[in-house]
Ligand binder design. Structure first.
Ligand code: SAM
Length: 274
């Protein structure tokens, strides 16, 4: 396992994923019942954009740093801008929150969070990041297995599945996880993040998930450039099972802003599959 999210923190794909995550959280928190949030692949929870990895990749410079200086953001991106601004005390953007910290900061009394992380070093950084948030717990474990085990059979649940996709079975495991989690808790909202490199791989994942999962999937795609080089991450997509009512519009707004502002001849699309 070589993947280090520190190289990619705050890039266009994090913006899509994290803005959508904050919108989903707010939508699910409109109901009074407590919400249990699960993150199968947590990462370290907090990233230093002035550090060597972020500086070398330049991905945050081309992503969150542009968003932070953007004056007229569409509403669906404003909560992410506010969360990043708060973390940096309104000053220069040198810190970027991962999904665990974004969720921890949004929990209401009675809500819970579990972030899984397989790499011991990343997991210990994650525990440290979340030390001040007692309702946010961590597990140094395989997130696909751990979340399926701990998922309650009923109640309001949001799952983020955000693997590095450095192993070829991640696609298969994501499709199986969507099916198994929604079988265990039929109302669980499950969001998978995927890279878009070439259409064949993405379409194959959608077909496999549609075969395994007996419901509709909301798909948001931010294609940053034409798919001419399948070795590059040309875009990203979010695939959501049990998407709450009204989520389609903000998802479209997020994908469109990211493609139009940060992409090169790309395309944003939202559709329903299954
Ligand atoms: N969700 C995080 C966020 O948005 O801030 C980023 C997660 S990053 C894309 C993927 C993380 O998954 C890496 O830190 C990697 O070490 C970890 N990982 C890889 N395989 C895993 C597995 N089977 N279970 C849990 N974590 C895993």
């Amino acid at each position: 396992m070589n993947y280090r999210h520190a190289f990619h923190a705050g890039n266009f794909a994090d913006i899509v994923k994290h803005a959508a995550l904050l919108d989903l959280l707010a939508r699910l928190q409109a109901a009074p019942e407590p919400l249990a949030v699960f993150d199968t692949h947590g990462g370290r929870g907090l990233y230093d954009l002035s550090g060597d990895e972020a500086q070398r990749s330049g991905e945050a410079r081309a992503g969150i740093e542009r968003l932070m200086t953007s004056g007229d953001l569409p509403p669906a991106l404003q909560p992410l801008q506010a969360a990043v601004s708060k973390l940096n005390a309104g000053g220069e953007t040198t810190l970027y929150p991962g999904s665990p910290l974004l969720v921890a900061g949004a929990l209401r009394k009675g809500d819970t969070y579990l972030g899984c992380e397989l790499r011991p070093q990343e997991h210990s950084a994650l525990s440290e990041t979340l030390a001040g948030w007692p309702a946010a717990k961590t597990a140094c474990a395989d997130g696909y297995v751990e979340v399926q085990k701990r998922l309650p059979k009923e109640g309001a649940v949001l799952v983020l599945i955000d693997p590095p996709f450095e192993k070829s079975d991640d696609y298969e495991r994501c499709a199986a996880a969507v099916a198994a989690m929604t079988r265990k808790n039929p109302t669980a909202v499950v969001m998978v993040w995927l890279p878009v490199k070439d259409l064949e791989t993405f379409d194959a994942f959608l077909r496999e998930t549609e075969d395994a999962y007996d419901g509709r999937l909301l798909v948001g795609e931010a294609r940053m450039r034409p798919l001419t080089d399948p070795m590059k991450m040309n875009g990203c997509a979010l695939v959501v099972a049990n998407a709450p009512a009204g989520f389609e519009a903000p998802l479209g707004e997020i994908c469109r802003w990211v493609v139009e502002t940060l992409g090169e001849n790309g395309k944003a699309e939202v559709w329903t599959a299954g």
